[in-house]
Design a protein around this ligand. Structure first.
Ligand code: ADP
Ligand code: MG
Length: 699
């Protein structure tokens, strides 16, 4: 008799050799893994569709039609066969790239056939590639009436008999034997509320659905379950922290804060900034550790909020630290914040990898003695030698650039954990935030400072470069500055550097001295040279900054009004958005030029279109999530926490709030997970925790 925990090799028809292969190829170690190897699609031979019902979001389906003329198009490698299929509702294109001879010789124009395949869109037309085809007369006799599961498998498994059909057989054999063990893990009163199918039935139906309705219900139930148990963990973490991680009480708003607030801020805070500062203030005086994410689009003014929070720390007798992911950014924060605070009796220091050892020693001393109030820096702050007298608040800028371990290291720099404010300019959709940062409190700056004009974004081809140079000249002659950014990807590093240097050369030729000055910054330069060049640009001594993405994060030059992005198709959406955020920081109209080659993949074109269409970071993030799926999104991998068998954070976003609400209610009403109908939930939850012990704190 099989159990869920039984090693896969003991399933009838597997054995040691295939067992090993299943482990290697599909990560299937046990019967349980097999049961959770859900089909990734289904073949629907349960009904015939009319041609006008077909749409690209359908699985493979069957329809009946008359075959039109079969034509051969293209030549050599591009050769293909094309034909139309008709019924009384419309027509659809059929296309073959392989087996052309055979198809041609065996199909008759004008014949009635049953076609079976996946509708999709190609060149703007709905079509079905490589349909299965049978003469109607032959097909009508042996119609099946179910959805047939299709399992992902690999070449190696297939040759050993474990193609989709083979896996289906294994599941069919194993499932009834372990049915007893598939106990209900969601209390039945929630079944009604959220319309959930019972667990056992759902698992059976996901493999062998009796109908499309059953399949939908099973799929919803299992996705909900997965997201629910994920939220159970996240919510628990959050509650634990809220209830039990004590923090320093920043009870008063004192002199420094008030002085600065009333006399030194060069502008009026936006309402969003005011609201967020208030949220932080309330948080800091509760006696519990603050662990807050500050989200705000590029240019929304997060730094000012961080500065005010740091002043609160100082007013309450503590030191504060601000950590940024790059040297350039740390420098900029160091200079900017020191300047803003210069009239106050506050000592701000900068510590980065470039700080010389002699200076470091002095800094270390002054930190320990408490003479330094605010320390700004890079990863260098994490080193054990960096010790504070009394660190009360840590601000982490562009937090997704830091690993979990790095961030948590800052936690241990004082007896009680210091308060933590992590800032991110990568807006993530709300539903995803619930999963990735669900245990943090979140503040959002959803408003840009007044007077900003939306950045005009254009998508141009390589061939328009001269026009772009013309435009840059106009802008520079009007007193503005320009960024030109090149991609730099590790795998193609040498080529990329060559492109960058070639680009730099042609720009210096087109923008010659003495009227124009061009800076260049890239990763191969020495830190001191980088700083020097950057500084020339920041202070307006150079008008053009040619760079790789080192300038992606944070850099702030309000006079820059043009961002030219070379080979823009090679950047992801969030990166493009970040880069674009480097301009549009002053009162002038700003521009972003996305330059690409002529040939673009569909996905790349969509990225460009999104950028041209909107400047709203949240909208960009939504589009990004749809295009790439969440697996790739920043933070997901590093946190290593999203390991889902069936739910998809991008596509199932609407289930997440329901799952979260259910989890919150459970923890609220049954903190010990005890009570009627909770046995299954408790057992399952504990099992899950045992299997994922390293589900560590984020930030
Ligand atoms: P980000 O949120 O991207 O880190 P910054 O903090 O760098 O944005 O702010 C961008 C620019 O906007 C800076 O020059 C900053 O001084 C300015 N700024 C911030 N808040 C305001 C405000 N309320 N009014 C006008 N300008 C502001
Ligand atoms: Mg910033």
């Amino acid at each position: 008799m099989l159990k869920l925990k039984t090693p896969i090799e003991y399933v009838k028809g597997v054995g040691p050799a295939r067992g090993e292969l299943l482990q290697k190829e599909l990560n299937i170690f046990t019967v349980q893994d097999l049961i959770q190897h859900y089909p990734f699609r289904y073949v629907d031979k349960s009904q015939f569709y009319k041609i006008n019902q077909l749409s690209p979001d359908m699985p493979s389906v069957q329809f009946i039609g008359k075959l039109g003329e079969v034509r051969e198009l293209g030549s050599a490698r591009a050769k293909r066969l094309v034909a139309q299929a008709y019924d009384d509702t419309g027509r659809i294109e059929l296309i073959w790239f392989k087996g052309i001879k055979w198809v041609k010789s065996s199909l008759k124009s004008g014949g009635q056939y049953v076609f079976f395949g996946k509708p999709s869109v190609f060149n703007g037309n709905l079509n079905v590639a490589h349909p299965e085809i049978e003469l109607l007369s032959a097909a009508s006799e042996k119609r099946t009436s179910v959805l047939q599961p299709i399992y992902s498998t690999t070449e190696k498994l297939s040759v050993r008999g474990l193609n989709s059909k083979g896996i289906e057989k294994l599941v069919k054999a194993a499932l009834p034997e372990v049915a007893q063990e598939l106990y209900e893990n969601i209390p039945t009163n929630l079944h009604e509320q959220y319309r959930l199918m019972p667990r056992g039935a759902a698992i059976k139906s996901i493999h062998f659905p009796e109908s499309n309705d059953y399949l939908r219900a099973a799929s919803f139930r299992l996705k909900f379950e997965e997201l629910f148990f994920l939220q159970m963990q996240i919510v628990q973490l959050k509650l634990n922290r809220q209830n039990s991680t004590p923090g320093y009480v920043f009870g008063k708003v004192g002199n420094q804060f008030m002085q600065f607030y009333e006399h030194h801020i060069p502008f009026e805070l936006t309402n969003a900034q005011k609201r967020v500062v208030k949220e932080i203030r309330l948080d800091l005086k509760r006696g519990l550790q603050m662990n807050r994410l500050l989200q705000g689009d590029v240019g929304s003014g997060k730094t000012m909020v961080a500065t005010l929070a740091m002043l609160l720390a100082i007013d309450n007798g503590f030191q504060a630290a601000l950590m940024a992911p790059t040297e350039i950014l740390a420098n900029q924060h160091g200079i900017g914040i020191a300047e803003q605070l210069q009239d106050l009796p506050i000592r701000v220091e900068l510590l980065t990898g470039a700080t010389p050892a002699s200076k470091r020693k002095v800094l270390h001393e002054a930190l320990r003695s408490g003479e330094i109030d605010i320390l700004i820096g890079t990863h260098a702050l994490l080193e054990d030698t960096v010790q504070f007298k009394n660190l009360g608040l840590v601000v982490i800028d562009e937090q997704h650039r830091f690993g979990v371990a790095q961030r948590s290291k800052m936690w241990r720099k004082n007896e009680l954990h210091p308060h933590v404010l992590v800032m991110s300019a990568t807006p993530i959709p709300r539903t995803l935030a619930m999963t990735l940062y669900g245990d943090l409190d979140v503040s959002v700056i959803d408003e840009l400072p007044p007077g900003r004009k939306p950045i005009e974004t254009r998508h141009l081809r390589d061939s328009s470069r001269l026009k772009i140079f013309e435009f840059m000249k106009q802008q520079i002659n009007a007193g503005r500055q320009v960024y030109v950014v090149y991609p730099l990807i590790q795998e193609s590093e040498n080529m990329d550097y060559k492109d960058l240097m070639d680009g730099f050369e042609s720009i210096t030729r087109a923008f010659p001295l003495p009227n124009y000055r061009v800076s260049i910054v890239h990763g191969k330069m020495k830190a001191a040279d980088k700083d020097h060049e950057m500084n020339l640009f920041v202070t307006g001594q150079t008008q053009i900054m040619v760079a790789t993405t080192v300038i992606e994060v944070g850099v702030n030059v309000p006079n820059a009004s043009v961002m030219v992005i070379e080979s823009a198709e090679r950047f992801g959406l969030s990166q493009l958005h970040q880069l674009r955020g480097r301009v549009g920081r002053g009162a002038d109209q700003s521009y972003c030029m996305l330059i690409t080659g002529n040939k673009l993949s569909k996905e790349a074109r969509e990225r460009m279109d999104t950028m041209v269409r909107t400047t709203d970071g949240f909208e960009v993030a939504e589009a990004d999530l749809k295009l790439r799926g969440p697996g790739d999104l920043m933070g997901t991998q590093q946190s290593g926490m999203v390991n889902l068998a069936i739910a998809d954070l991008a596509k199932d976003g609407q289930i997440i709030p329901l799952a979260r609400e259910a989890a919150i209610n459970i923890w609220k009403n049954h903190p010990a997970l005890e009570g009627d109908g909770l046995d299954g939930l408790r057992a399952f939850y504990q099992e899950q925790l045992k299997n994922h012990p390293n589900w560590s704190k984020i930030s």
